[in-house]
Ligand binder design. Structure first.
Ligand SMILES: C[S@@+](CC[C@H](N)C(=O)[O-])C[C@H]1O[C@@H](n2cnc3c(N)ncnc32)[C@H](O)[C@@H]1O
Length: 258
């Protein structure tokens, strides 16, 4: 009961929070990397640590994965098309704002388990959802049905980067990618660098090994992907492209659906 009241209270505060209306702000930035850097998402190449608590910019580490060139390589043909995009994990919304300007006609959906999101637009739909919570996922499904948006051209997982979350999100959301669309997993190797993200078991396959099995259509033992889902992947994945970004831990996967 207490949890429900806190959630309702947070929802209410979020509803009335002042947000930046992107529909009123024209921007003449053309490249996706400039947009990423401008809005300060670590998808860009030159971004001060957006998660740093220090107020002094010069004390903040220069980070940035440099993922824009991979996004442009795979997705630039969708730039001016009427696509639907979903990002899992928005934080304050920096990447969503960048995608809003890059994909000029996209209808954007995004979700997070916190209410830090700062933007609004007629083309952006933000939802509260913790992807580990079955009830939240069900509510999210209902909202998508109401909005007649059950499938997407692009789905991006930039949420917790925890080993199990990456696999659970893929199992839940890959089905929602349209034929010819992409499921993108950012920072899929982070769990190898940061032990708090690694909840794999000693016998678990590494994520890149799972990608390899999906590519070569070989069934494997997994607590997350049953045989039925593995076969769905074998029949529906056209291509898996793995790219290395700027930092030692920058890895991104583009999984293209047939
Ligand atoms: C790396 S940040 C997202 C950054 C954003 N995509 C950008 O580029 O500006 C990760 C976000 O994922 C959210 N997150 C982590 N686990 C989640 C979960 N289980 N469900 C929903 N959101 C989650 C966190 O609250 C956080 O805001």
């Amino acid at each position: 009961m207490k949890k429900r009241i806190i959630k309702l209270y947070k929802e209410l505060i979020f509803k009335f929070k002042r947000k930046i209306n992107l529909d009123l702000n024209k921007l003449d930035i053309l490249s996706l990397n400039e947009l990423f850097n401008h809005f300060e998402t670590d998808k860009g190449s030159a971004v001060r640590d957006p998660y740093s608590k220090s107020l002094n910019k010069s004390h903040q580490k220069l980070i940035g994965h440099g993922y824009a060139k991979f996004y442009e390589f795979h997705l630039s043909n969708l730039r001016n098309k009427e696509i639907k995009l979903l990002e899992i994990g928005t934080w304050k919304g920096a990447s969503i704002a960048a995608f809003y300007y890059y994909f000029s006609k996209a209808i954007i959906f995004c979700l997070d388990r916190n209410y830090k999101f700062q933007f609004k637009s007629n083309r952006i739909n933000f939802f509260y959802c913790d992807t580990r919570n079955a009830k939240d996922l069900k509510n999210f499904e209902k909202l998508l049905i109401n909005k007649k948006s059950e499938t997407f051209d692009i789905i991006i997982d930039d949420a917790s980067h925890i080993y199990s979350d990456i696999l659970i999100n893929f199992k839940n959301f890959f089905l929602k990618v349209k034929p010819g669309g992409f499921y993108i997993i950012e920072d899929f190797n982070h769990y190898k660098y940061y032990s708090h993200l690694d909840d794999s078991l000693p016998i678990s396959l590494k994520i890149d090994e799972i990608f390899e099995n999906l590519k070569t259509k070989q069934n494997f033992e997994s607590n997350f992907f049953d045989k039925k889902f593995q076969n769905y992947c074998f029949n529906n994945i056209l291509e898996i492209s793995l790219h290395k970004g700027i930092q030692k831990d920058s890895f991104i996967a583009f999984i293209k659906k047939k």
